[in-house]
Design a protein around this ligand. Structure first.
Ligand code: FAD
Length: 298
């Protein structure tokens, strides 16, 4: 079994930031990631609120950070963590293939998209139902699509799709969009966008194994080739029984969880702003506190 000082679970912006600080402080660090480095950054077509960049797309920002991490020669393991166990003063991080012993764990596991839980939804995820306009939008070029949601992510997705698709219909369950004013104003500049308020999708209608339309709960039928769901998120953190609030990890002022030497940062934790800037700040604090703990115990 390999033994490490720190294991970071997740290579989104939070995990990579913690890795940069820890490695630069000379601390033995392993990052474990089950997907592409960058996490949710890979799904954002335009970022205009991260200081230093008037505009940058998410995948480019993700790659810039990953290159920085690679230049520091941070060790990576591409595998899925399935469990974290305690073993005396040490932790055991169990992946699908091996167990790694360490002194400190950083949970930077982020969050994933919520689904509508409708019949035949599972069948069409990745083939008619998507959670990422940037990843899948091109499949619907010049076609009609539907976006579900009214928050920042939904409107950002709608703007991106409006530039590609024939028609974009935004389905929102409330009577007002909750996205930032600037995003709503940009969306309004597109004349191929329709917003339908106070409705939910009741049913996906299929023909020849393809989604061809949706039925709303007011029985209106909207023809569509694809449905993009952007109705919020579910945190991913069932790896160990730390204290949680609504699924999000509760941390103290040092970003330590209810279990000693297990820290958490980024979208996995309970907080008010789920943003790149906050994830970077929290990860910096996590690394700083771990560095301090290691130096104090020397
Ligand atoms: C469409 C969209 C647009 C956005 N636009 C903006 C914006 O304009 N400005 C802004 O500030 N923020 C924006 N955000 C939010 C921002 O992207 C997130 O707050 C931020 O990226 C969260 O980073 P994170 O590292 O905490 O989590 P994530 O990016 O979710 O990364 C978590 C990583 O952990 C990995 N992981 C999870 N579980 C395991 C496991 N068991 N084993 C191994 N690896 C695991 C995942 O694969 C993932 O790579 C947007 C988000 C979306 C989806």
């Amino acid at each position: 079994m390999q033994s490490r000082k720190v294991v970071i679970i997740g290579s989104g912006v939070a995990g990579m930031t913690a890795a940069i600080y820890l490695k630069r402080a000379g601390i033995d660090t392993l990052v474990i990631e089950c997907d592409a480095p960058g996490g949710q950054l890979n799904r954002s077509s335009s970022i205009e609120n991260y200081p230093g960049f008037k505009f940058i797309d998410g995948p480019t920002l993700a790659m810039n950070i990953y290159e920085q991490v690679m230049n520091l020669k941070v060790d990576y393991l591409f595998d899925k963590v399935v469990e974290i166990k305690e073993n005396g003063n040490k932790k055991i991080v169990k992946t699908s293939k091996e167990e790694i012993e360490c002194e400190y764990v950083v949970m930077a596991t982020g969050r994933t998209s919520r689904t509508l839980n409708l019949d035949n939804e599972r069948k069409y995820i990745g083939n008619g139902i998507s959670f990422c306009a940037l990843c899948d939008g091109n499949l619907y070029k010049n076609k009609e699509v539907v976006i579900v949601g009214g928050g920042n992510s939904a409107i950002e997705e709608a703007i991106y799709l409006a530039s590609l698709c024939k028609k974009v219909t935004v389905i929102h369950r409330k009577d007002k969009l909750t996205a930032e004013e600037a995003l709503i104003n940009t969306l309004k500049t597109y004349d191929n966008v329709e917003i339908i308020y106070n409705v939910n999708i009741k049913k996906y209608n299929e023909e020849d194994n393809k989604i061809v339309s949706i039925t709303l709960d007011n029985n209106m039928i909207i023809p569509t080739s694809g449905v993009f769901i952007a109705i919020g998120y579910v945190p991913i953190n069932n790896l160990i029984d730390v204290k949680k609030d609504n699924g999000y990890i509760v941390v103290d002022n040092n970003y330590e969880t209810s279990i000693k030497n297990i820290y958490a940062c980024g979208d996995a934790i309970k907080k008010s702003a789920y943003q790149i800037a906050t994830a970077v700040g929290e990860a910096t604090n996590v690394a700083y506190n771990i560095i301090k703990m290691i130096k104090d115990t020397k």
